[in-house]
Design a protein around this ligand. Structure first.
Ligand code: SF4
Ligand code: SF4
Length: 292
């Protein structure tokens, strides 16, 4: 036991489980001819089910937004668990060097690897969500991956427009893994070219320390008034000094990118990610020197 009374133990095997799946499993694949890995070594963080930030998201984004306690109770209605007995397990799956290199060269459409990472890579992320849930069940803990819940849905937030009742990036922010950039992506110590995932479980794990107090701390535009490189990278004009226009972005993904990927790469995907590559926050927390 640690001095704060929380068990440190469980985080170790969960971290090993996530890391070994990504680094060793043949299922971590883009499914292309070269059988490239979909994701590089992950980052993992934890937050308490009663972290006040989760309640704040609900009041800020909309009443439809779930706290960890709500999605847990919807999944296990007979549970007598309290919010403080829950932990949100969150992970970041960084894009591989090969995928980032390909996409950096693109100016209008995604590279094939990037487009694959959005769909085949997300399937890998879904497998990881299922493995984490089933491994917790085997050890006697109840767990749910909110993104895989049949109740997960997209909604409209009065304040932010397109939204959903659970956000992986907000779970990652709460779990100490990164802060938001001008383009809405989460800038993590491995950068913004990544996808993330989470599971809520009735397991007690010490929360990861958040090394920031501002939700935009790592973005050079918000912290120093410089950069804005993601504005120039967006072929849809969806990023400006006012932030990310989700409707413009979505229209581009579904009306332009989807068509391009189908005719040129022969599969269905709508991943773009130009704002996540070829920018100073692509692979790290950026500094002023990265702009030189
Ligand atoms: S490219 Fe620059 S302005 Fe855009 S999110 Fe990254 S650090 Fe912020
Ligand atoms: S994903 Fe593509 S269209 Fe959407 S904001 Fe980023 S660069 Fe623009």
């Amino acid at each position: 036991m640690e001095s704060n009374g929380l068990m440190k133990g469980p985080s170790g095997w969960i971290e090993n489980l996530i890391e070994s799946f990504i680094t060793e499993s043949p299922e971590n694949s883009l499914g292309n001819r070269m059988n490239d890995k979909a994701w590089a070594k992950p980052l993992i963080g934890f937050s308490s089910g009663n972290d006040p930030l989760y309640q704040f998201y609900k009041s800020d984004i909309g009443d439809f937004y779930w706290t960890p306690f709500e999605i847990f109770l919807k999944t296990f209605p007979s549970s007598k668990v309290r919010a403080d007995q829950l932990t949100v397990l969150s992970w970041v799956l960084p894009q591989t060097e090969a995928t980032k290199e390909d996409n950096r060269r693109q100016t209008k459409y995604p590279s094939e690897r990037w487009a694959r990472a959005r769909v085949q890579g997300e399937e890998v992320n879904n497998k990881l969500r299922k493995i984490v849930v089933s491994s917790l069940h085997e050890k006697g803990f109840r767990a749910v991956a909110p993104m895989l819940s049949l109740l997960w849905e997209q909604r409209t937030s009065e304040r932010y427009g397109l939204a959903s009742n659970w956000s992986e990036r907000h779970a990652a922010y709460t779990s100490g893994l990164g802060t938001f950039g001008l383009c809405d992506g989460l800038i993590t110590p491995r950068g913004k070219a990544m996808r993330c995932g989470s599971v809520v479980a009735d397991i007690k794990i010490s929360p990861t320390r958040r090394p920031y107090s501002d939700h935009h701390a790592y973005c050079l535009y918000f912290s120093k008034g410089i950069c804005g490189k993601c504005i120039q990278r967006c072929p849809a004009g969806a990023i400006s000094r006012a932030g990310h226009d989700k409707t413009k972005c979505r229209n581009y993904l579904h009306n332009v990118v989807e068509e391009f990927v189908k005719s040129n790469y022969g599969f269905k995907s709508y991943g773009c990610g130009l704002c996540q590559t070829g920018v100073p926050c692509e692979s790290k927390i950026p500094t002023e020197q990265d702009l030189e």
